[in-house]
Design a protein around this ligand. Structure first.
Ligand code: AMP
Ligand code: MG
Length: 403
């Protein structure tokens, strides 16, 4: 069976290959959060556009502070939004506010807290080095240099940068359409009262939210019963989207029909089964030119396999760079044992205790337990070789909703 890393690299390879050029659209900045940039963005001028003071104080020549204390002549002041007309000559200084341009002739700023002012005389008791308390013109970005590359996902920091370089509208990729097809005779719509032996369709709802958060446009394609013909028809309908996600029906049970129906449709299966827990029966393949995932039906398995494999797939389909879960580190609270040689993703809570992050499993009843999973804020990641972990050891954690 494939390891977690092997399976992920297959998804990366297949969808990277498939990387068509998704269609693009031009949108105002207010509408691009979470979208993927479809053009390179360059600085329209130097950033900062002038040598900018980073402190309130006095602009001066560092070389004037050779013998201390130095007495300088105050020749005026400059605030942010203004500039000083003229040039400082040796022995002069100019009161300057944070954000104002350094006057010609000056090369440093001494903080207001460090000087004594008597009328037009400023006494400086300490030296400053050239360009102290200054951000030099062009040091963040030179005019014409690339500040954001095509394929970057636009979060608030990127949007702020776009605004600062004057891009009120930008070209982004159109989001991929993702069909969601839950399967199972026991599954009923959320707004219907289930019989005692039935289960509400929570997976399709959670998957919709995950798809939207991952930058896709979700569409729930109904609920497929465990009947070959109907399942086949709904799968064909789902293949109208850019990506098809099925939940349930991929295990080894008598009525787990998904793999069989896909096979009948001529699907190519890239993998069936990954050495992870939960989520072992995961299926990934393509049929009729479209990619699909068969996600295990247990709600926590569905959730985890989406985060691990489907989210990076949606990113690639949407023109984004490869984005996958990154693991952070925390100390394990209570000791942990496992014997199965899988990569485990266990619902857990990480909390700061004294100076360090400490992670503990939440009580849960296995991969069907959404109550337990909802109490978690991360997953404890246990690698196959980690059969026994002592309390206090550093372990990997995957934040929930890692993007
Ligand atoms: P399956 O993968 O079809 O064997 O289903 C595994 C478990 O997940 C069963 O207990 C199902 O009832 C449950 N399950 C399957 N699909 C869904 C769904 N759409 N919403 C909630 N639970 C589901
Ligand atoms: Mg089922």
């Amino acid at each position: 069976m494939l390891t977690f890393e092997q399976a992920l690299s297959i998804v990366k390879e297949k969808l990277g290959e498939a990387k068509r050029n998704p269609a693009t659209e031009v949108l105002p900045l207010e509408q691009v959060r979470g979208r993927v940039l479809a053009e390179d963005i360059c600085a329209d001028r130097d950033y900062p556009p002038f040598h900018r003071a980073t402190r309130d104080g006095y602009a001066l020549r560092a070389s004037d502070l050779g013998s201390l204390p130095a007495i300088l002549e105050r020749v005026g002041e400059v605030r942010a939004g203004e500039y000083f007309v003229g040039k400082l000559v040796p022995g002069q200084c100019l009161e300057i506010m944070t954000g104002a341009p350094l006057p010609e002739g000056a090369d440093a700023v001494v903080m207001i807290e460090h000087v004594r002012v008597r009328g037009q005389e400023v006494e400086v008791p300490r030296a400053v080095s050239p360009f102290e308390n200054i951000v030099r013109r062009g040091s963040e970005a030179a005019s014409g240099s690339r500040v954001l590359a095509r394929g970057r996902r636009l979060n608030p920091a990127e949007i702020g940068l776009l605004a600062s370089v004057g891009q009120a509208r930008v070209k982004v990729f159109v989001e991929p359409r993702v069909a969601i097809l839950p399967t199972g005779d026991e599954i009923v719509p959320v707004d219907r009262q289930p019989e005692w032996f039935q289960i509400r369709n929570s997976n399709a709802v959670a998957l919709s939210a995950q798809v939207a958060a991952a930058g896709g446009v979700p569409r729930i394609a109904g609920i497929a019963p465990d009947l070959t013909e109907q399942l086949k028809r709904l799968i064909e309908k789902g293949l109208e989207a850019d990506l098809l996600l099925m939940s349930g029906g991929v295990s080894m049970g008598k009525f787990d029909l998904v793999a069989q129906v896909l096979n009948d449709l001529g699907a190519e299966i890239y993998f069936q089964g990954v050495a992870i827990r939960p989520g072992k029966p995961l299926v990934f393949g393509s049929v009729r030119g479209k990619y699909f995932f068969g996600l295990p039906g247990n709600p926590v398995s569905t959730f985890v396999t989406f985060e691990l494999f489907v989210r990076p797939a949606i990113a690639l389909l949407g023109g984004a760079d490869f984005e996958c879960a990154s693991f952070l580190r925390a100390r394990l609270g209570k000791p942990f044992k496992q014997k199965n040689g899988l990569t485990a993703f266990m619902p857990a809570r990480v909390q700061r205790e004294s100076a360090e992050p400490v992670v503990n499993l939440v009580g849960w009843q296995g991969s069907g337990d959404l109550v337990g999973a909802a109490a978690a804020n991360c997953f404890l990641v246990v690698h196959p070789e980690q059969t026994e972990i002592a309390a206090g050891e550093w372990v990997d954690v995957m934040p929930r909703g890692w993007n």
